[in-house]
Design a protein around this ligand. Structure first.
Ligand SMILES: Nc1nc2c(c(=O)[nH]1)N[C@@H](CN(C=O)c1ccc(C(=O)N[C@@H](CCC(=O)O)C(=O)O)cc1)CN2
Length: 294
């Protein structure tokens, strides 16, 4: 059996187009232009690309985009000062601080300083808690994108066994919480999990977010399962160049799974698309209006 490939590029184009249509309605009917500010500290090459792509996508969706770049030596207070200024700016509805941050800056302190209403990354503890108890919340972009693709592929997720490999605050934990909200039976697996291959083989939905290239092998996958690969790992090629691989050994898993996301072109593009969707949601909530139906 060869799995259906879940095309994150095509899916994300639809999500981005929908965000763009909502922005048009907000501008025309409410004189509201959603604004997104992205803060980059330092010069990590991958982060620079992500931040540039976020700014481009924001403008393409018709929103206001602000990019704030700070030197790699910036102090925690300097980063906090930027966040406080953006919290007070009425033209900015979404604030995202690109991760990772340089080691002298406490990530939790910075994320905690973002106004939860403007927290389009959904990393603030208020949003984490609200999502966990079923209240309206800003939901982290990568897990939200994964959930959209899962529902599009499988429809109702109720009663399915979901295994999330990885317990990061950015992906693993929120992913597990979202799957629980969809009535899945959820297992979070991690480095101390005993017999990880056997745990994975019990999954109808297998989400790999562990950050280890091609760790999950084909014989860890239950035949017909839906596999979502969140990993983005750059590994060396024989010619001295590099290539991107996920946390799942795609060539093996594709022969066993029912559906699978590729890397690149799977989960990654959905992250930025969901960021735009979250910014529209945040702008509407701050303005006290319903999100347009488009
Ligand atoms: N504040 C945040 N920081 C980080 C997040 C986040 O959601 N919020 N996530 C990642 C990086 N990230 C967005 O910021 C991101 C990663 C990957 C992609 C993507 O489209 N990947 C492509 C491949 C890109 C390549 O060629 O390198 C793909 O998978 O097809 C988008 C966004 C960490 N930091």
């Amino acid at each position: 059996m060869t799995a259906t490939i879940i095309d994150g590029k095509a899916f994300s184009a639809r999500v981005r187009a929908e965000a763009g249509r909502k922005v048009m309605v907000l501008k025309e009917q409410h004189d509201l232009t959603p604004g997104l500010a992205v803060v980059l500290v330092g010069e990590d090459p991958a982060s620079q690309v992500y931040v540039r792509n976020k700014g481009k996508a924001t403008v393409e969706a018709g929103m206001k985009s602000e990019e704030i770049r700070l030197d790699v030596t910036a102090t925690e207070q300097e980063v906090l000062d930027v966040v406080h200024r953006l919290n007070a700016d009425p033209t900015i509805h979404g604030i995202l601080v690109q991760l990772p941050l340089p080691k002298q800056v406490d990530e939790m302190a910075v994320l905690d300083a973002i106004d939860p209403m403007k927290d389009v990354d959904g990393f603030h503890v208020i949003n984490t808690g609200r999502q966990a108890v079923g209240l309206p919340a800003m939901v982290p972009c990568t897990p939200l994108g994964c959930l959209m693709m899962l529902k599009d592929t499988l429809g109702d997720l109720s009663g399915l066994n979901a295994v999330v490999v990885g317990r990061s605050n950015i992906v693993g934990k929120p992913m597990a919480s979202l799957l629980l909200s969809e009535n899945c039976t959820v297992t979070i697996a991690h480095s101390r999990t005993r017999d990880l291959p056997a745990v994975c083989r019990g999954a109808d939905i297998l989400v790999a977010a562990v950050g280890r290239p091609e760790m999950i092998r084909g014989d860890w996958v239950k035949p017909g399962a839906t596999v979502i690969d969140v990993g983005i790992n750059r590994i060396p090629k024989e010619d001295g160049k590099t290539r991107l691989v996920g946390d799942v050994c795609f060539d093996e898993a594709v022969e066993v799974a029912g559906a699978i996301t590729p890397v690149p072109g799977g989960v990654g593009p959905m992250t930025i698309a969901c960021l735009l969707a979250n910014t529209v949601t945040a702008a509407c909530r701050q303005a006290g209006i319903d999100e347009p139906e488009v």
